[in-house]
Design a protein around this ligand. Sequence first.
Ligand code: GDD
Length: 493
Amino acid sequence: MFEDFVLTEKFSNGFTVVLGAILCISTLFTILLATLPGQYDPYADKPPKFVDETGKEIKMKTKDGKDPLKWRQGRTVQILVLGDIGRSPRMQYHALSIAKHGGRVFLIGYQESEIHPDIVSNPLITIIPLVAAPAFLRSSSKLLFPILAPLKAIWQARSIYRALGYRSEPGRWMLVQNPPSIPTLAIASLVCFLRNTDLIIDWHNFGYSILALKLGKRHPLVSISERYEKIFAKAATHHLTVTNAMARVLKDSYGITAQALHDRPASMFRPITSQERTQFLARLPETAQYAQDLSPSSKTPWKLIVSSTSWTADEDFSILLDALVAYSAEATSKTHLPRILAIITGKGPMQSHYLTKVKALNQQKKLLNVIVTTAWLTPQDYARLLASADLGVSLHTSSSGVDLPMKVVDMFGAGLPVVGWGKFEAWPELVKEDVNGKGFASSQQLAEQLIDLFGKDDALLRQLKNGALEESGNRWNDEWDRVGGQLFKFIHV
Ligand SMILES: Nc1nc2c(ncn2[C@@H]2O[C@H](COP(=O)(O)OP(=O)(O)O[C@H]3O[C@H](CO)[C@@H](O)[C@H](O)[C@@H]3O)[C@@H](O)[C@H]2O)c(=O)[nH]1
């Protein structure tokens, strides 16, 4: 009976189909195996090769041209940030620190704005630019978000997979910035598994808490995103955070042990002399016409305040604008209050929204004693502007409550005292009240602080300046060597 069935034409056709399917699957599987990204082998780790214009191999030297390149085997690191590299100072500093210890670095991210010059000139660091998703996928429409976001994530997943798996060499470590977590964490975990690489997540914040700002806390996509973040967090071998408070949240809610590596300013952010300040303010297009008014030798010197931002929803610039309107009104009656030049630096989606507001306030003559302007500066000029200002302003509200604004760190590096939105848990980890800055919780309070600090008695402003100058001594390299150096096993104690 069975033999009869086996001999039928129906069986024979079915058998051919099954055989064909098996052959297809096995061919696909072989192709997949053959095209998988290569694995990391510490002994195959080689220093980068450099050639001159004629193609002849040359010895590469460090930037000062004196020492030969300090490359060390087994220290290759892939660094991934799903954002603009130039606007990701912390990931750039990681790259520089790893290269300083002889590690070869592949720095992967979007190349939109100018990258730190020390990175560009460092022969151990290779930048792998990601290709941006098509414009229609980058629409900020809340309505289209559920349709466009998955399409964009698929685009990004492919682009990250290619960059991590094929466009850069395998690393001993992969250091990934979170957020954005989708699709970064999933693809990074997969590539680490395939390439025999250890994953380190650098937690700047939580992806789901940023998504909640856009969609609301109760949106189903927010809880899916939270679950996703928790699952893929477990794929990493190590975790770094920007605050102790964030490390505590990871322990309590994710069951993960993380080490805080606090942001510290790079050497570029430093106090400058009054002569350097005068020359810089006279040269910078945004300040040149007010250079005389900003000089301490002027009869009524103006005050220069600086705020920096990515113009995103977690920074409400109406708080600053309302405070400046209140200050301007006060300065009309109290003539000892100086005029203010407020420069807001940065690039980002909500800039035009706030520029329209500033225009309207000017038309309504509500900013008579204040000039508000925006700018995007080279990294060096950004650092000089912070060092030339009288006061820094931070409007970072912290979607999770446990991250911190890097800009405040840079301001302290430049010796600039800070006033900032301080109603979140991690704020006191960064700013010491009345020592190097002040926290506010409303535009009214910010206006009062500006009036107090810029009033007749400048004792408090001087006190905060001294505190900021003292804080300026804490540097990134020391913090990185203490935490990162041990984690990457570059420094043994
Ligand atoms: N070159 C240049 N850079 C600028 C300029 N203006 C702003 N920036 C860069 O843009 C940053 C401001 O970006 P934000 O997105 O407002 O955030 P942040 O203060 O840098 O903090 C971010 O990083 C932290 C971790 O390091 C995170 O914890 C935090 O959540 C946030 O993502 C500044 O620190 C600075 O690096 C400019 O004119 N020129």
